[in-house]
Design a protein around this ligand. Structure first.
Ligand code: ADP
Length: 394
């Protein structure tokens, strides 16, 4: 891949109901523009763009009722018509890299075929990721493209951390713990040394607490355990997902209640979590503002589940040197961070209430044995960094 001085890298992050994008200067990785389209499938809307090249989207209005495909096409069309935009590469967030991809990969036909075969492992996300790759190939046929995987960061986990206690023949067919949110964890691993110094080399738990939520146990910046599993339904309680539950409960719903797989999937993926327990909302902000006892119970359970799973991560690490909060809830809810920190007091973590309320980067007390950090999530920058690493100067 070649680059000129003014070249830019396009990053696309196609989620189940959104398409986020970012442009980075290829040499410096300075962000030039970020934005996104949200609410695809219900009321798709362009959420605006920010940064030095935001003017590319001045007056931009997404047509009503836009599908994923239409939204991506609309976005690429605007970029294609932009003057002074010299794209040298595109990087994509791809949810599933399966057992084989443990690092970003340059996309070619063989890679695309492999990624298509992984669609059954992530049916709500992978097709959108691959459609975005095809759309970019159509808009810029010779542009090099890179796939960066949510699962790749966790391929460093020891074998035992990847195994389920199921018949080994199923394990051999790829039914293992893959783990997700890997790009978010990669970003934290990249920036933590500058923020936490030597602690970053030690035993660190990162809590990605957004609509989806998971924990990653890291040693020397590499994943050694994580809460999400074969799918992104496992582990913590989330906005709408249940997280870990007894598999026997799933069987009961099917065998005794006569539910179909689709009905059970709807309950566990879309009607559980904060939404299901509260009966009010999947949005932590709404629950924090509510006086309803069920809203409080949902938030209490959310923090309790984080603490319980964090205990398991501490065991996998053999101790704890630092704890990091990231993503929507982790970055913005002082109350939920306080609840979780209280539950982690036994590790030596201790919050400084004022620092926490002020959303500072370090929110622990000076004498805490385990420092607590708040770091903004950025899934696009590690993709741009990986793409820049593949480029050679023109
Ligand atoms: P995604 O996983 O879709 O990227 P985000 O990282 O944006 O999601 O996180 C979304 C979650 O963050 C929602 O539950 C939302 O309620 C929560 N959130 C955003 N801002 C706040 C806030 N100020 N206080 C509490 N929760 C917040």
């Amino acid at each position: 891949m070649m680059r000129t001085e003014d070249a830019a890298i396009l990053v696309l992050n196609a989620g189940s109901s959104s398409v986020k994008f970012a442009l980075f200067q290829a040499d410096t990785l300075e962000p030039l523009c970020r934005g996104g389209i949200e609410g695809i499938g219900s009321r798709a809307q362009f959420g605006g763009a920010a940064g030095a090249k935001a003017h590319l989207f001045d007056g931009a209005v997404l047509p009503e009722g836009s599908s994923h495909e239409a939204a991506t096409h609309w976005l690429l069309d605007r970029l294609r018509r932009a003057d002074n935009l010299d794209l040298c590469a595109a990087g994509h967030r791809v949810v599933h890299g399966g057992p084989d991809f443990s690092a970003p990969v340059v996309i070619d036909d063989v890679v695309m075929t492999t990624l298509e075969a992984l669609i059954p492992l992530a049916p709500a996300h992978q097709p959108h990721n691959l459609a975005a790759i095809r759309a970019v190939a159509k808009a810029w046929p010779s542009l090099p493209q890179l796939a960066c995987f949510d699962t790749a960061f966790h391929r460093t986990m020891p074998r035992l951390a990847q195994l389920f206690a199921i018949p080994h023949a199923l394990t051999d067919q790829g039914l293992v713990r893959y783990g997700f949110h890997g790009l978010s964890y990669q970003h934290i691993a990249d920036v933590l040394p500058d923020i936490a110094g030597d602690c970053a080399k030690g035993r660190v738990i990162v809590a990605h607490l957004g609509h989806g939520a998971s924990l990653c146990a890291m040693r020397e910046g590499r994943s050694v355990a994580t809460t999400m599993g074969f799918t992104a339904l496992d582990g913590l309680m989330m906005g709408m997902r249940c997280g870990s539950i007894d598999a026997g409960l799933v069987l009961y719903l099917i065998e005794q209640r006569g539910m179909t797989a689709a009905e059970v999937s709807e309950i566990l993926n879309r009607r559980s979590g904060l939404l299901g327990v509260s009966g009010i909302s999947n949005d932590a902000r709404t629950l924090l503002a509510s006086e309803e006892p069920r809203a409080a119970e949902a938030l209490d359970l959310f923090a309790y589940r984080v603490v319980r799973e964090a205990g398991s991560m501490v065991a996998a690490l053999g101790g704890l040197d630092a704890f990091v909060f990231t993503a929507g809830i982790g970055e913005r809810s002082a109350r939920i961070r306080a609840d979780i920190s209280r539950g982690l007091a036994w590790t030596g973590a201790r919050l400084d209430e004022d620092r926490n309320a002020a959303n500072l980067t370090c929110i622990s007390a000076d004498d805490a044995k385990v420092p607590l950090y708040v770091i903004s999530a950025d899934e696009e920058l590690p993709i741009a960094r990986a793409a820049a690493g593949q480029l050679v100067p023109a």
